[in-house]
Ligand binder design. Structure first.
Ligand code: PLP
Length: 433
């Protein structure tokens, strides 16, 4: 039977991986009994089975078989100052000893909120949640309550958390089970201002909000065009529709997030990941005039609660993490990201591999396609065997990335580690060319 080079590389890398990870395989067998499909988080699963990680420190991960990896995923971009940073672990330990979750305002909440408000001019007030999913869910509720309208527009392939409405059209042609077809969601392609104009015209005064990622994350670090961002702002404003910037990933791109970097002025912003310093977190924020619907006793009050919202440990971890993220830190992250992207591009060019790189700041993505990467179509249509071979091949070479080809760097990542990732990738590009 004819096999492609990608399938051959995948089979070879898979055999190596299985030899290196027998204990992870045993744990996967146990996990299959208690978790559907053997994992408790969709994004961490890959075939033949994921490596179980036993230890994390800085950029270093160690699996249960003793294999070491340099982390280039950082819990899907959240551990921006690396794992177990002493400045974070110390304050988390102290906060948890002093104040375990309690049904009351606690120290650290106002402080972290003030720090975020200082960084993001479009946010006057915010509410903390326990995940980015809850933040985007909250943002759509606030938008619907504030406008009295129901339709939310999202982008095809845009991931905003595991929440029924916004799961709609996560993948083209996939209508996820369990979502009522009456769900008032409309979709457009990313970077398609004409489609946005048409949908807004179509929805008329039923349209509450447009939610976009300033840079598409899950779809593969797809960059926005200036024209699209401008249309997203101007067309929504003209139609009385709120613009929600989902910055759960992209907040890592600058002191004030991607909105500052790209000059976006959203009505509502959702945050997560880095603002919790490694503990579960989310936040939704915006001007007091919109956020007011969350105020107890407000006219159109929306109750957005959560048993662990704003717990002292998460607040302490978030505050310590943001405290480490000054202008020098962002310059360092950008420098490492640029080094990585340039190294990967050069290696692809050298070997003539059918791949491309997209990147902004500390986020970099390799795509096994030569189609233009302007929306989710090209990245979702990329060569899945090549991507899987690349991912497993990098694991076998001690480099830990996302199955979708995404790399992220942290403030403790070194230039030497970036070079190592580029060298390992280069071997795989050569094999896959
Ligand atoms: C853009 C975006 N929004 C929302 C979410 C959901 O965040 P969480 O996983 O914390 O629920 C994610 C998660 O990756 C995301 O990338």
């Amino acid at each position: 039977m004819l096999t492609t080079p990608a399938v051959q590389v995948l089979e070879r890398e898979r055999a190596v991986y299985e030899r290196r990870t027998p204990t992870s395989r045993d744990r996967y067998a146990r996990a299959q009994a208690v978790f559907p499909g053997g994992d408790t988080r969709a994004a961490t699963f890959y075939l033949p089975y994921p490596a179980t990680i036993a230890e994390t420190a800085g950029t270093r991960l160690v699996d249960v078989d003793g294999n070491e990896y340099v982390d280039f995923l950082f819990n899907y971009t959240s551990m921006i100052v690396g794992h177990a940073h002493p400045a974070v672990t110390e304050v988390v330990g102290a906060a948890f000893s002093r104040t375990t979750p309690v049904a009351a305002p606690v120290l650290g909440q106002v402080e972290l909120a003030e720090e975020i408000v200082r960084r993001v001019p479009s946010i006057e007030q915010l509410r903390f949640t326990n995940s980015g999913t809850e933040a985007t869910m909250g943002a759509t509720r606030i938008a619907r309550a504030a406008t009295g309208r129901d339709i939310v527009i999202k982008t095809i392939g845009g991931y905003h958390g595991s929440f029924p409405d916004l799961d709609y059209w996560l993948r083209p042609d996939a209508y996820p089970a369990g979502i009522p077809e009456t769900s008032p969601i409309r979709v457009i392609h990313y970077n398609d201002p004409d489609a946005l104009e048409a949908v807004l015209g179509d929805c008329g005064d039923r349209c509450a909000a447009l939610i976009i990622e300033p840079v598409m994350g899950t779809a593969g670090v797809i960059l926005p065009t200036e024209e699209f961002l401008q249309a997203a702002r101007e067309l929504t404003q003209a139609a009385g529709v709120l613009l929600i910037a989902d910055e759960v990933i992209t907040f890592r791109l600058g002191r004030g997030g991607a909105q500052q970097r790209l000059g976006i002025e959203p009505d509502l912003t959702t945050l997560g990941k880095v603002i919790g310093g490694g503990l579960p977190v989310g936040a939704v924020g915006g001007p007091a005039s919109l956020m007011g619907v969350l105020a107890p006793g407000a006219d159109k009050a929306v109750a957005l609660s959560g048993t662990f919202n704003g717990n002292a440990s998460t607040m302490a971890a978030g505050l310590a993490t943001l405290g480490l993220l000054d202008d020098d830190a962002y310059a360092g992250l950008d420098g490492l990201g640029a080094q990585l992207a340039a190294g990967l591009e050069a290696a692809i060019g050298r070997h003539g591999a059918p791949a491309q790189v997209t990147s902004m700041g500390s986020l970099v993505n390799v795509h096994f396609t030569t189609e233009p990467l302007i929306n989710a179509d090209a990245s979702l249509g990329a060569d899945a065997d090549a991507a899987a071979a690349f991912h497993l091949g990098l694991l076998n070479r001690g480099i830990f990335i996302a199955t979708r080809g995404m790399f992220a760097v942290s403030t403790v990542t070194t230039e030497a580690e970036v070079e190592r990732a580029v060298a390992a990738s280069s071997e795989l590009f050569e094999a896959l060319a």
